[in-house]
Write a protein that binds this ligand. Structure first.
Ligand code: SF4
Ligand code: SF4
Ligand code: SF4
Length: 279
């Protein structure tokens, strides 16, 4: 393949790798902590490799990235290094005014990053969805429920738990580790039960996950999004049937139905017979 064509086809993984490396080096130099260099380099390599493999046509490229990043964050950062990377960990570090793994992770993956890459975190890295996506209900069979308000309750609860720990004088690293384990167990149980009940792997993401309170408004403005060339679209509806998040993706406007639910999984672009959809 010509060099120019190669770069055109694989420019997204190259840009992603360079962006992660820039963050890794910047944080390493700014803080003097080698951890940041290794951490962001590892994540950048996994993400870029996954996107590269996807562009090369490998069917399980997204799942590969999801497992490489998700299990690293859950097992290594969470269980081995004892960094609470859940939303409670974010509040904890924020209230202490510490630039910890939790605050950085939220700033990059879930608060400011979505302005660039939307809910790419949800499609390619989240360790909760990494397990939920293994369940058999990959495309929702029933219409979406009006239960989105639940996410604001869980968001408020996560904040209340950390405020209570501070008030009780129990906000320390050990308690946050216990909260991390308990939180993950609860997320997995609720996520799996909801998926089975509603026959929808991503029901937890749609109705319960508190992180979507950050993700949804920021991803509305995302630079990276699925675009639809409506002139090429023959309204066959295949994209709508394969979408796990009920996005009205054959409408190109930012205000399309469930626009901020898109997790960039690309199932729609693969299903479209007229190549009307592009990321
Ligand atoms: S909505 Fe929440 S649980 Fe679902 S993938 Fe995103 S961060 Fe993970
Ligand atoms: S199928 Fe398309 S519209 Fe639906 S979540 Fe995946 S990328 Fe987004
Ligand atoms: S699959 Fe393609 S052609 Fe069919 S409705 Fe979706 S965008 Fe249009």
């Amino acid at each position: 393949m010509e060099t120019r064509l190669f770069f055109r086809k694989y420019r997204t993984p190259i840009i992603l790798l360079l962006a992660f490396e820039a963050v890794a080096v910047w944080l390493w130099v700014a803080t003097g902590k080698l951890f940041f260099l290794l951490n962001f380099s590892y994540i950048g390599i996994c993400v870029a490799l996954g996107v590269f493999l996807f562009a090369a046509g490998w069917k399980y490229a997204r799942e590969f990235t999801q497992f490489c990043v998700g299990s690293y964050m859950l097992v290594f950062l969470g269980l081995v290094c004892r960094e609470n990377m859940q939303i409670e960990g974010f509040w904890y570090y924020l209230f202490y005014g510490v630039l910890g793994a939790g605050t950085l992770h939220y700033a990059i993956a879930k608060i400011f990053g979505p302005l660039l890459f939307g809910r790419g975190w949800c499609g390619f890295a989240c360790w909760t969805a990494m397990i939920l996506d293994l369940l058999p209900y990959k495309q929702p069979k029933a219409p979406r429920k009006k239960w989105g308000f639940v996410r604001y309750i869980t968001f408020a609860l996560s904040l209340a738990i950390v405020l209570l720990l501070f008030w009780l004088g129990m906000a320390d690293a050990y308690t946050m580790f216990v909260v991390f384990i308990a939180g993950n167990i609860i997320y997995y149980i609720v996520g799996i039960v909801l998926a089975i009940m509603l026959k929808d792997n991503r029901a937890f993401c749609k109705y319960v996950c508190p992180i979507t309170v950050f993700l949804k408004p920021m991803s509305y403005y995302s630079l990276l999004r699925i675009r639809c060339d409506e002139e090429k679209c023959n309204r066959c509806g295949k994209c709508l049937r394969v979408c796990p998040m009920d996005v009205e993706v054959n409408n190109n406007s930012r205000g399309r139905k469930n626009a901020t639910e898109c997790i960039l999984c690309q199932k729609c672009t693969k299903a479209c017979p007229t190549k009307a959809l592009k990321c």
